[in-house]
Design a protein around this ligand. Structure first.
Ligand code: ADP
Length: 641
């Protein structure tokens, strides 16, 4: 039998909004690339929910009439579904709003309470089906709803919308103006529709059409692709800003730390120097015991100076690694010589702290290897120094073993075990971070820059090795470095190298040589002159570029040492002027750059400019002698003491 269904006028708004919402759904259909954003996901579910709610509502008001022949059960289900979809739409709307208003989920209870209300509402709606206390149909087909209808069906959406709006007002300041405006407008519109519908006892169906209008507002203000892009780039900017702040803080911490690291040895230098001055006194009488004490102070100054230098070298090393300029230079070396050197160096430090130092090298490891001896030594010393530094009693043990990788390659395993303070498990991931010092509470009195392990890790990586740490807080740590090394099978390689080195290091004098040292710093001139005095011969000094040029016109020297940074004419300008000067008596005299500029690559730059060699300050006396030996005419060298 055909029924004459008619569309009641009160659903006209709903039909219209179903139409425009469908259009919106189609517009937003292709935005799948934006699904990742959580607000957008919620928006899409809101959109779909609203579409279904509208559809069910229209169905209800067109078909849910038993007089039209629709079975009473279907009518009841439709009416129940209509109500549930409406409440669900308001729930999703508020959850969506909370994503903006309370993204950090500070007001969790609002969500929990909202869910509980929804659960209760759902239970009541289901209970209503048999018990018929909210909405029902009489057997004669008349639709009824009880006095609980309005409170139960309309309270949840009104509660959701008002609580959402109250939170919106509370959190207004945390939102951007666009979010403030859009969310306020959308929730006000929706709330208005819902209240009208409730107030008219459902005679005017405005909650869904107004809710759909709210969705429109949201789509074109907060959910457009452009706005998402803007949010994303803002987020990136925020992260970049935070990173910059963090990096800046790390640098400040580093500077503070460095300042401390530099001040400590500097304090020793100045203090010891003061003691020497006092010891000599105005009468300048030095007895034997004074000489011993002065010698002791001088030794301390030397130690402090070396410590200072190692801090600066660490910084340079790290900057070299950072800029990708650290190179691994592989050459033949003898393992036992390397371990002997390390033994001597660490044993003294361990004994000074009353620690037992054990060094064990597996005798089956091939002694003659090819690799970067310097870097391996640096790694060993760094880890061992730490072990000694962070251990107060007990022992430090260095164990060197190997495993064969192929016929020519072994994995050299360097393992350092200590019975020191240990490292907390939660600190382990930060161990190799730059400038990272752990457990500062306990470490405050232990000197360190936090650079050592960062360097060790990078160097190990550069040599294709790996580093592992196991530690028990309060009991001790084990650092294990494994680095592949090539076995040196050529018999005389290493020997040649070291005998050559020995020859070069042999004591010699240059009694017939005359040197010129150019430096604007008088102390540097004194140091270089005294070092050169050791070789015999004559040393002349000059405090600036023009004066040195004049001297070069007056005398022929055997070697000239030139500082770089000098006021007025710098060392490079002086060098160029000297080369162009027709009256210069030293056009071919070896000229060595002697400078505190020790950054990576400067050596090559100076050599490219034409300087004969390069020595970095602080000047190492052996390095100075090596350079002289290399460039001075051989006939002027007298070997032997
Ligand atoms: P530092 O100059 O501070 O020693 P490192 O980079 O060498 O810098 O070490 C970083 C941090 O790791 C140290 O500050 C210390 O907290 C921890 N650490 C390193 N070695 C040990 C060790 N053997 N025992 C305990 N803690 C260690």
């Amino acid at each position: 039998m055909l029924h004459n269904y008619s569309i009641p006028p009160k659903t006209y708004f709903e039909i219209a909004s179903l139409g425009y919402l469908l259009v919106l759904y189609l517009i937003s259909f292709n935005d799948s690339n934006r699904e990742r954003i959580r607000t957008y996901k919620l928006f899409r579910s809101l959109e779909i929910n609203m579409l279904i709610a509208l559809f069910v509502s229209i169905l209800t008001y067109v078909f849910a009439y038993p007089e039209l022949g629709t079975p009473i059960v279907i009518c009841t289900i439709l009416r129940t579904m209509d109500s549930i979809m409406c409440v669900m739409a308001s729930r999703i709307f508020v959850v969506y709003m909370l994503e903006y208003v309370d993204s950090a989920k500070k007001f969790k209870w609002i969500r929990v309470f909202g869910n509980a209300i929804f659960g209760l509402y759902l239970a009541l709606m289901i209970l209503n089906l048999p018990l018929k206390f909210i909405l029902w149909y009489n057997p004669d087909g008349t639709y009824m709803h009880g006095s609980l209808f309005v409170p139960i069906v309309f309270s949840p959406p009104v509660y959701y919308l008002t609580s959402g709006m109250i939170l919106l007002i509370i959190r207004m300041r945390t939102l951007g103006s666009r979010e403030q405006l859009s969310l306020s407008a959308a929730s006000l519109i929706t709330l208005f529709g819902t209240v009208i519908q409730a107030a008219t006892d459902g005679a005017i169906l405005l909650s869904l059409p107004f809710g759909s209008a709210g969705i429109f507002v949201l789509y074109f203000s907060l959910e457009t692709a452009d706005y998402h892009e803007l949010i994303r780039s803002n987020d990136k900017l925020r992260i970049a800003e935070q990173d910059a702040i963090k990096a800046n803080r790390a640098k400040s911490d580093f500077l503070a730390n460095m300042s401390h690291e530099i001040r400590t040895p500097l304090n020793a230098v100045l203090g010891m120097d003061e003691l020497i001055i006092n010891e000599i006194g105005p009468e300048k009488i030095i007895d034997d015991s004074s000489v011993d004490r002065i010698r002791g102070y001088a030794d301390n100054i030397k130690d402090a100076g070396h410590l200072l230098l190692s801090v600066i070298n660490d910084i340079l090393d790290l900057s070299k690694i950072e800029s990708g300029k650290m190179e691994i230079n592989e050459a033949p070396y003898t393992l036992h010589k390397l371990t002997d050197e390390v033994d001597t160096m660490i044993r003294i430090k361990a004994e000074q702290k009353d620690l037992k130092y054990i060094q064990q090298t597996d005798p089956s490891i091939p002694d003659r290897l090819i690799g970067d001896e310097l870097r391996i030594r640096q790694i060993m010393i760094n880890i061992l120094n730490n072990a000694v530094k962070y251990t107060d009693k007990g022992e430090v043990k260095l164990e060197i073993t190997s495993e064969s990788v192929s016929e020519d390659v072994i994995n050299l395993r360097i393992s350092v075990r200590d019975t020191g303070i240990g490292i907390k498990e939660e600190d382990l991931p930060y161990l190799f971070g730059d400038y990272k010092r752990l457990d500062e509470e306990h470490n405050r009195r232990i000197e360190g820059t936090g650079l050592g392990l960062a360097i060790v890790k990078r160097m190990t990586d550069l040599m294709n090795g790996r580093i592992d740490v196991t530690s028990e807080y309060g009991k001790g740590s084990v650092f294990t470095v494994v680095i592949p090394q090539t076995v040196n099978k050529k018999l005389n390689d290493g020997e040649d190298e070291s005998s050559l080195k020995k020859d070069k290091e042999a004591a010699y004098k240059t009694p017939d040589c005359t040197y010129l040292v150019v430096d604007d710093n008088r102390i540097n001139l004194i140091i270089a002159s005294k070092f050169l005095d050791d070789l015999g011969g004559k040393v002349e000094t000059s405090l600036n570029g023009p004066d040195s040029l004049q001297k070069m016109r007056e005398k022929k020297y055997d070697m000239i040492f030139m500082d770089h940074m000098m006021p007025g004419m710098d060392g490079i300008q002086a060098y160029r002027k000297a080369k162009e000067d027709p009256e210069n008596l030293n056009p071919d005299t070896p000229m060595v750059m002697m400078t505190a500029n020790a950054l990576h690559g400067v050596r090559e730059e100076y050599l490219e400019m034409g300087f004969t060699d390069y020595i970095s300050k602080p000047v190492d006396i052996n390095e100075l002698k090596r350079v002289v030996r290399l460039h001075i005419p051989q006939e002027k060298i007298v070997v032997g003491d």
